[in-house]
Design a protein around this ligand. Sequence first.
Ligand code: IPM
Ligand code: MG
Length: 368
Amino acid sequence: MKKSFSVLSLGGDHIGPEVVESGLQILELAAHKAGIDIRLQEDLLGGASWDRHGRFCTDEVLTKARAADAVLVGAVGGPEWDDIVVDGPVTETDGLTRLRVELDVYNALRPARAWTPLLHNTPYRAEVVDGADILVIRENSGGIYYGEPRGSETLADGQVRAFEISQYLSGEVERIARCAFESARSRRNRVTSLDKSNVMESGKLWRETVSRIGRDEYPDVELNHLLMDYALFAVGSEPKKFDVLLADNLFGDLISDLVGMLAGSLGMLPSATIPCAARAGEMVRGGIYEPSHGSAPDISGRGIANPMATILSVAMMFEYAFARVEIARQIEDAVEQTLQRGILTPDLGGTATTNEVTAAVLSALRAN
Ligand code: IPM
Ligand code: MG
């Protein structure tokens, strides 16, 4: 069994470095428990990188990220950098997007579950949400985000026309479909694929391709399709009915925020974005592990950011990058025990600081 891993830590901006600091403390303790050795490197991303290097993600960071077993990211951006105009594609204006594209991490795993101690923090009646546990598999390197051509032009009549293309290659759909089926096999064995095949050509290709992969390669996994609009209603109103939700880049972006409602706060949502399917027990090299929330400039520097999303992202790192699922579950249990004790940051209605929450998770993890 591999015993030594390299991790690149990119705190980013505002609360990013604060929550990453918590994540690193959990990483250190959990690695000790797991008997593995972590070689840690740290660098800049986003606005912090712009201020130092004039680039949101430098070539040097990419080189380090490619060499690492896993990358831990905080959050990037803030009003200080909103007005900076950089020529070129979105990979030049957004450091995280450049990192994702260059690492070819096309499989974004975005889990959201209801935490029993936080049921009253959700907008749901407890019985509707209690037990809900959804994994969104979002295609993360194709579709409308990257389709060419894109741009804007002024027409003869003076109007401006802005456009992008939603496009998928069948191979891109095949590989992300396999990711959803593989993940379903280590969960409750159900995939619901979302599309707009009623109006979009790329949606038709999506549905046909997912059906074919399901039929030919994963007959043991239950597959259903929903149109994206109805899916928002169905998932929003009866979340417990769903297991794995598979969606393209844009629809996956939307649905992953919707299912965030289950967790009680954006501060509870982790993610892993990896360059392959996650197969139970197999090590995944080169993934990015990050909280789903943003850099929250409004609370930055006050020490009250919720570190749980980052801590849960570290749990995902143990599950996928280090193939130590039992340690991942121990971290999640420590998170749940801390919530149960009512040690909550203000986004969850509590008064605890980032450090107090982190200390409570560390002590629960030590005891587990
Ligand atoms: C996300 C975010 C990003 C996306 C933005 C910040 C570019 O919304 O990771 O969900 O759309 O992918
Ligand atoms: Mg989003």
